[in-house]
Design a protein around this ligand. Structure first.
Ligand code: FE2
Ligand code: FE2
Length: 396
């Protein structure tokens, strides 16, 4: 936050600060100012002889009565602030605000120790959802005498970043839960191998002509794995499925994407030697490797799903592969594609695209065979239909 309203070589007055981001069950511990009605992170100025972490712990203790667990402190970032010094027209006020994630000790809140101005403002610790607090700060009347409007804005901005961080953590936890449900540590190593084979951020995708959106084949693989697991859990014919083989085939099903371009063969074909080499190297039995490779080799032949009685494992892999990119995700993808095709796209253009692709495919082209696959597909179709209806009404 640089106001650029100070002399370039003005005398610098520094007052750095340290602030705590303490999260519990999606809420963050904040200080509410009763007088001005805004929220701020616990924390404050770093005093002479203190390092940022010492200041952090002291400020949290004074403002909230809680004790910070030293071992949990993790740096989040810094907001530098530069502006003309209110006390000296020719000077520069410089403040680096350091933000730290940390946790508090599991003990009773001690008495707080507020400064005179903090008591006068009516500082009170509260647990809030970061997004709600940031919105609140944005609508706070910042013109009031004695209120530092820039500080209120800064805290709103950092609250938004914390909100994003929480979403990221939630996503990671969700994915970890899926992997843990699989129960095999070797799957982590396999996924990592596949990630390296695919390159982290693929931007390939063409759903309707030559349109490119950021589409990670590795993320697709993880989602298909989650679908395969859901299908398996819902299946009443588990005994017909070789679970370990299905999971491994799902992890490797698109591993040949990159090699296929060099070799000018299909990605399913290109995936066979890669899968075979990896599994054989890991000491898997030959018949197991062969079966897994046969699933990888045939997974693209989706036209066969309704024409023949397929191996149950192959069918489940195909269904999992097709359930990805449909329903809620299909809707978002259609919007991204609409935007990539035309940066001036309007809501109606998105509606057209969703109607023409996700909705049509789901209604007319149901490729599912197993009862659990059909149930998931119908659920996604219902969502898409309701979404399209609601959007049509909204845009009427
Ligand atoms: Fe594929
Ligand atoms: Fe796939």
């Amino acid at each position: 936050m640089d106001e650029k309203n100070y002399p370039r070589d003005g005398k610098v007055f520094r007052r750095d600060s340290a602030r705590a981001i303490i999260l519990q069950e999606g809420k963050v511990l904040l200080i509410h100012s009763k007088k001005y009605d805004y929220y701020k992170f616990p924390g404050g100025g770093i005093e002479a002889g203190e390092d940022p972490v010492q200041a952090l712990c002291r400020e949290v203790r004074e403002e909230t009565g809680y004790e910070v667990q030293q071992s949990t402190i993790r740096e989040f970032g810094c907001v530098p602030r530069r502006q003309r010094d209110d006390m000296n027209e020719q000077g520069v006020f410089a403040q680096d605000n350091y933000y730290y994630f940390c946790e508090i000790m599991d003990q009773k809140q001690a008495d707080r120790k507020l400064d005179d101005y903090e008591r006068e403002e009516g500082f009170t610790p509260v647990w809030m959802e970061p997004f709600a607090a940031s919105q609140h700060n944005r609508y706070c009347d910042a013109s009031r005498e004695g209120l530092d409007a820039r500080m209120v804005r800064r805290e709103a901005k950092v609250l938004d970043l914390v909100d994003l961080e929480i979403r990221k953590l939630e996503r990671q936890t969700r994915q970890r839960n899926t992997l843990e449900a699989l129960g095999h540590p070797e799957y982590f190593a396999m996924l990592e191998f596949v990630r390296q084979q695919l390159g982290e951020e693929g931007t390939e995708y063409s759903r309707s002509g030559k349109i490119e959106i950021a589409y990670s084949r590795y993320d697709h693989t993880k989602r298909v794995l989650a679908w395969a697991l859901r299908l398996y859990q819902a299946s009443e014919r588990k005994e017909e499925i070789r679970f370990d083989e299905l999971m491994i085939a799902t992890i490797f099903h698109d591993v040949g994407r990159r090699r296929a371009e060099e070799l000018h063969v299909s990605h399913a074909q290109a995936g066979i030697p890669i899968t075979k080499e990896y599994l054989t190297g890991m000491g898997y039995a030959a018949d197991k490797v062969e079966y897994i490779c046969s699933l990888v080799a045939q997974h693209s032949d989706k036209y066969r799903m309704k024409k023949e009685v397929l191996d149950r494992g192959l069918l489940m892999l195909m269904e999992a592969d097709l359930l990805d990119d449909m329903g809620a995700q299909g809707i978002v993808m259609d919007c991204m594609i609409t935007e990539s095709r035309n940066p001036n796209a309007r809501f109606e253009d998105c509606l057209d695209h969703i109607t023409r692709y996700t909705l049509r495919q789901q209604e007319e082209d149901n490729p599912m065979v197993s009862p659990e696959g059909i149930a998931f597909w119908n659920e996604k179709t219902k969502l898409t239909q309701e979404f399209v209806q609601a959007l049509r009404r909204d845009l009427a």
